[in-house]
Design a protein around this ligand. Structure first.
Ligand code: 13P
Length: 227
């Protein structure tokens, strides 16, 4: 069942490995396929080696509905994924990876909340740094919970990054945008500091989100937006 969506998940995993966002068994992906039904990558598999046979079907209470192999278990971060679906009915896919420049910001405890690049203002908005949580525990969903209503893209302190979207392509593209934004922001910081777009133009860009078909939750720049 859901073979096409399994193929999409495999393709995203291969892209993440090719881009160097995951080492060894890092990273995980899930997709909501029906009411209370989710496809998820198995725990402990390289995103280069992954095939359809490493993707299983679970429900929101972590019951395994369909497992491709006897020893199949969902990602150890499935509690984090499920929190995204619980808090955000608009979310249809969740991607977790360790893209190195964005994760560098997470390790330096620096959010990516500057608005120096127009595409990022339109598609991603400000990216917060969520508090530390031990992987695989309920600390992680607790840490992201306050940010989920406002953000589609988050840095996980000393860990990596998390993106959500209405579908898998959108969630994956948000991870691409995050990593490029992190690289650009790092270069701007090396060159003497980020220079933000002025407030008037930030508002114009935010107003263009509909025009570009951008959906989801994107708060304005933290300096200008009250939550
Ligand atoms: P899983 O192999 O259990 O999905 O864990 C990988 C990971 O990145 C943990 O944060």
């Amino acid at each position: 069942m859901y073979e096409d969506i399994k193929d999409q998940i495999v393709e995203v995993c291969h892209k993440m490995w090719t881009k160097g966002w995951v080492a060894a068994n890092d990273g995980n992906v899930s997709v909501k396929v029906d009411e209370d039904r989710y496809l998820a990558t198995r725990t402990g598999i390289s995103k280069y080696e992954i095939t359809r046979d490493h993707i299983g079907l679970i429900d929101g209470s972590f019951n395994v509905i369909e497992k491709p192999t006897e020893d199949w278990r969902p990602s150890s971060e499935i509690k984090m994924h499920m929190k995204c679906y619980q808090e955000r009915p608009d979310v249809g896919a969740v991607v977790h990876a360790h893209p190195p420049v964005a994760t560098g910001f997470a390790c330096a405890h620096k959010p990516l909340d500057d608005y120096c690049m127009i595409e990022t203002v339109i598609t991603v908005g400000s990216v917060p740094l969520t508090p530390y949580g031990t992987p695989s525990t309920y600390e992680v969903p607790q840490a992201i919970e306050p940010y989920l209503p406002y953000h589609d893209v988050m840095l996980l302190t000393n860990h990596g990054a998390l993106t959500v979207g209405a579908d898998l392509t959108t969630a994956y593209y948000r991870m691409e945008t995050l990593e490029l934004q992190a690289q650009i922001s790092l270069v701007a910081r090396l060159l003497g500091g980020v220079k933000d777009i002025d407030m008037n133009n930030i508002n114009r860009l935010i107003g263009m989100r509909d025009q570009y078909g951008v959906t989801g939750k994107h708060p304005g720049y933290k300096k200008y937006t009250k939550k």
